[in-house]
Design a protein around this ligand. Structure first.
Ligand SMILES: [Zn+2]
Length: 338
């Protein structure tokens, strides 16, 4: 099936909308050392028209945005895209979310034009993960390092056609340390950084894991996904300067990939936009994400990853997403169009 070229723009506009905000006197509550605000005020602030509570599920809605929360859970759906929040939604009299998640997920997604640190850029740094003596994940069909490079090369072509300057941290099967990747990327100005990987959870027991996940650096005070909080998690990293831009870039790439794959009959599950402390994300001064394009350990998904059509579709989707991210973050409130 041919994907109409306007499609990505249309789907993105449904997610990144110039939502207007009301004046709200936030009723902040402290809980286990973090600050929380009531969802009823989130509704008011973003001028949502409805808030529905059913058991532990809470839905905020207007004609453009639907946000679904569940008490006791970090998983939140915004227009059906999965975000893994930094903190659980909690019941503190009424349902509350953390200020971190309000400021570092919801706001940059709903109002990308408000992100101060999202500056104009013309360079995209593509980082194909692993390489050389480090093959990354391996299965019966190939190595992750090779798949990463294949997708990265296609992505470079797509981005150049769109007029971006493109830099690769590696363009052949060579080993480059994580520190060197960061050092190389930080030599450039006016850039964004995208690290390309494929996932694996080994072959024993957990091989059912599949789907796409996109990582951004954990905000200060938030652990790497699935790990417990450490003292070092409270140290502000270079990459934290870009917290809001990171999540906006992740949203564009993650959602764009899922949508374009689905349109090409290559549907994969949405494992969410997550927080991590990978060293490439920690040290980069540009807006940065680490994209995991599927599970090489999954018995069927490994064939999908091996399929050049899948690789091409991913590369095309990421390039469209980069262009859209630039547009969404640079548009001004009054000039934004639907
Ligand atoms: Zn990897």
């Amino acid at each position: 099936m041919k994907v109409p070229c306007l499609f990505p723009v249309m789907i993105f506009l449904v997610l990144f909308l110039p939502v207007q905000a009301a004046q709200v006197e936030w009723a902040v509550k402290e809980y286990h050392g973090n600050k929380y605000v009531p969802l009823s005020q989130v509704k008011e602030f973003y001028q949502m028209t409805a808030m529905t509570v059913s058991g532990t599920s809470i839905t905020l809605q207007n004609s453009e945005v639907t946000m679904k929360f569940r008490a006791g859970s970090q998983e939140v759906l915004m227009n059906n895209v999965k975000f893994i929040f930094s903190h659980n939604v909690v019941a503190l009299g009424s349902y509350h979310i953390s200020v971190t998640d309000l400021l570092k997920v919801i706001d940059p997604v709903l109002r990308p034009y408000k992100i101060k640190e999202a500056k104009p850029f013309d360079t995209v740094i593509i980082d194909p993960g692993h390489g050389g003596k480090d093959g990354g994940a391996v299965n019966s069909l190939g190595t992750e390092a090779d798949y990463n490079l294949k997708v990265a090369r296609m992505l470079v072509e797509n981005l150049r056609r769109k007029g971006f300057k493109v830099v690769m941290t590696r363009s052949s099967d060579t080993f480059i340390s994580l520190q060197d990747r960061v050092r190389m990327a930080n030599q450039y100005q006016n850039a964004i950084f995208i690290s390309i990987h494929f996932n694996s959870l080994g072959t024993r027991g957990r091989s059912e894991a599949r789907g796409i996940e996109t990582f951004t650096l954990s905000p200060t005070g938030v652990a790497h996904y699935g790990r417990s909080l450490k003292e070092s998690d409270f140290v502000k990293r270079q990459g934290n300067e870009q917290d809001s831009a990171n999540i906006a870039l992740a949203t564009a790439v993650h959602w764009g990939s899922l949508q374009m794959l689905a349109r090409a009959n290559l549907t994969v599950p949405d494992r969410g936009i997550r927080r991590a402390r990978y060293s490439v994300l920690t040290g980069i001064k540009h807006p940065a994400i680490l994209f995991e394009g599927g599970f090489m350990s999954h018995p069927r998904e490994k064939y999908l990853i091996h399929n050049p059509n899948y690789q091409r579709t991913l590369a095309k989707a990421i390039a469209e997403a980069v262009a859209f991210y630039r547009k969404a973050t640079l548009q001004k409130v009054g000039t934004a169009k639907r």
